[in-house]
Ligand binder design. Structure first.
Ligand code: GLU
Length: 317
């Protein structure tokens, strides 16, 4: 085992660094509690560090004070993070630097297409695609059409397969150029895209293991490709199932999922634990929950029920 020394001189006994990266668009709900629980358990099971990052770049969606509420919720659930909480909104220069690197390699280009134009031009493209968006047809790839102004900036996606390993599902393959096409790194409103920020920040925070919800599974191949273009170390990935409501809809802040009921933190943890497919633990408080849950997680994910993962955007090898 090696000793990793974080920027704040916090000693962590392991080379493992995990993270939880909520968007402060509202308090945590039952779905985000599962992602937090899984990443925390995995970090503790590896005697690793666990960092928190506020993904607050999408300013219109930020809810003032939600970051503080999320941190209070994590504390109430007994999840103590290492080091300082990183706010993406304070790191715009880092995304610019990464972007400039890609620009110098001719890997990004300006795009003058509106959403409407793209939607019209790809209307007849058949199939299921990540995030419900049909692949960008590459209209501006070889230069902005005459009279057009740059709106967004896109990555020049490489041809061929991206292969990565999901710790639960095994090796996954995606042809990003066919499934997604050249994707946006800087939005038309000037905001850095999630895909760029997450890759830059995971590398900068030294994240070795990404454990998160299945909704981000379809983005992983894009992130792996981008990380490679930027010459960054690739983390390990594990995606856990999303919690759905009675109608089978993903719980999200957007569709009004209720904030966690912190009058009963053990109940919150137990529901998230059971949602991961484990049997309830015979424990009476938060502290004993963690003491019991970590060894069970260590015994192997084979006990968990992660079968619900939807991997139709990938070809298992
Ligand atoms: N900020 C994202 C969310 O709240 C998570 C990003 C990630 O874990 O990569 O859904």
């Amino acid at each position: 085992m090696v000793t990793v020394c974080c920027t704040d001189l916090l000693q962590v006994q392991s080379s493992y660094i995990g993270r939880f990266a909520p968007s402060p668009s509202g308090p945590l709900h039952a779905g985000s509690a599962v992602a937090a629980l899984a990443s925390y358990l995995d970090a503790k099971a590896h005697h690793g560090g666990w960092r928190v990052r506020m993904e607050d770049l999408d300013i219109p969606r930020n809810v003032p004070g939600a970051d503080r509420v999320i941190l209070q919720q994590l504390k109430a659930l007994g999840m103590q993070w290492d080091g300082e909480v990183l706010y993406q909104s304070r790191r715009l220069h880092r995304y610019q630097q990464a972007f400039d690197t890609l620009l110098s390699l001719n890997l990004v280009y300006p795009c003058g297409c509106t959403r409407r134009e793209i939607a019209d031009s790809v209307l007849r493209t058949q199939g299921h695609f990540p995030d419900g968006e049909r692949p960008y047809p590459g209209t501006c790839r070889s230069g902005l059409p005459k009279g057009r102004q740059a709106l967004s900036w896109r990555l020049r996606v490489a041809q061929g397969q991206v292969v990565f390993n999901d710790r639960w599902l095994g090796p996954m393959t995606q042809n990003v150029s066919q499934m997604v096409g050249d994707f946006v790194l800087r939005r038309a409103d000037g905001i850095w895209a999630y895909q760029l920020a997450v890759v830059v920040d995971d590398a900068e925070q030294g994240v070795t293991h990404v454990v998160r919800g299945e909704d981000l599974f379809s983005s992983t191949a894009r992130q792996v490709m981008l990380g490679e273009m930027l010459g960054l170390a690739r983390p390990e990935y594990l995606h856990v199932p999303l919690v759905t409501d009675n109608a089978g809809q993903k719980l999200s802040k957007q569709n009004g999922a209720a904030a966690l009921d912190l009058s009963d933190p053990l109940g919150v943890l137990t529901r998230a634990w059971v949602a991961l497919g484990f049997d309830p633990l015979p424990v009476e408080d938060v502290r004993s929950f963690w003491a019991a849950a970590i060894p069970v997680w260590v015994q192997g994910l084979s006990r968990a029920n992660l079968h619900g993962i939807n991997h139709r955007f990938y070809d298992p090898q």
